[in-house]
Design a protein around this ligand. Structure first.
Ligand code: CTP
Ligand code: MG
Length: 234
């Protein structure tokens, strides 16, 4: 009963606006993708780490060479698609037959803590599907055309992170249904929710931020430095 992580790195990183795609941008001298893979490799529950990269970046991936070979469980890269959901689909199609559970992770979340990866995998194994998420601090407004439509109770609002962990068959079904319906979700859980399946939330840690823009990269640098110094503030 093996567990694989799909490590999504096929985006362009337009909002970050670096000279290389986001997954290859350096954080403390190391590409975001390498940070993410190293963090996941520390999780004993993961058997395979499957990098999903854009076709145009296969050469860049190969150039990582030794740092990649040193990480336990990393497979050959899978070529991703135009949108994140297409990359997930490509990754699922490439998984070996005996993989029963899949953890989808954004390479753009380089600071995920191995203990949180373990907790979300354990929750998925007992409940069928689970994601990391953090309670929001701000009040959330649903807005259309500049007008508030709704204020969901803040205590019920969480910000979704990755990894998001599912039975492989369940996520396959969810992704195929979304494709058949022409539906684009903003995370993987949403596609599973559309099947009427309940997804468990495991409280994650604020340091598992998604590097989206320049400021996030600076925050990630600081968090990493704090960790190296033996403490973590966020
Ligand atoms: N991703 C992917 N394939 C895509 C688009 C995104 O594998 N076609 C991955 C990204 O590499 C990233 C994660 O999904 O690790 C989350 O996406 P996002 O933060 O939006 O990254 P980018 O799409 O690269 O950034 P941007 O939207 O700013 O271009
Ligand atoms: Mg994107």
């Amino acid at each position: 009963m093996s567990v694989a992580a799909l490590v999504l790195a096929a985006g362009r990183g337009e909002r970050l606006g670096a000279s290389v795609p986001k997954a290859f941008v350096l954080l403390a001298g190391k590409p975001l993708l390498v940070h993410s893979l190293e963090a996941l490799a520390e999780s004993v529950s993961l058997d395979w780490l499957v990098p999903v990269v854009a076709r145009a970046d296969l050469g860049r991936f190969t150039s990582l060479g030794d740092s990649m070979n040193a990480i336990q469980g990393v497979t050959k890269p899978v070529v991703g698609g135009d949108e994140r959901q297409d990359s997930v689909r490509a990754g699922l199609a490439a998984l070996p037959e005996d993989v029963e559970w899949v953890a989808v992770h954004d390479a753009a979340r380089p600071l995920v803590r191995p203990e949180d990866v373990e907790r979300v995998i354990a929750a998925a194994r007992s409940q069928g599907a689970a994601i990391l998420a953090t309670p929001v601090r701000d009040t959330i407004k649903r807005v259309r055309d500049g007008q508030i439509q709704e204020t969901p109770p803040r205590a019920e609002c969480y910000a979704a992170q990755t990894p998001q962990v599912f039975r492989v068959e369940l996520l396959r079904k969810a992704v195929e249904k979304a494709a058949a319906d022409g539906y684009r979700g903003t995370d993987d859980a949403e596609l599973v929710e559309r099947l009427g399946i309940s997804v468990t939330v495991v409280e994650g840690h604020g340091s598992n931020l998604k590097v989206t823009d320049r400021e996030d990269l600076e925050i990630a640098e600081r968090l990493l430095a704090q960790r190296a110094a033996g403490g973590e503030l966020r």
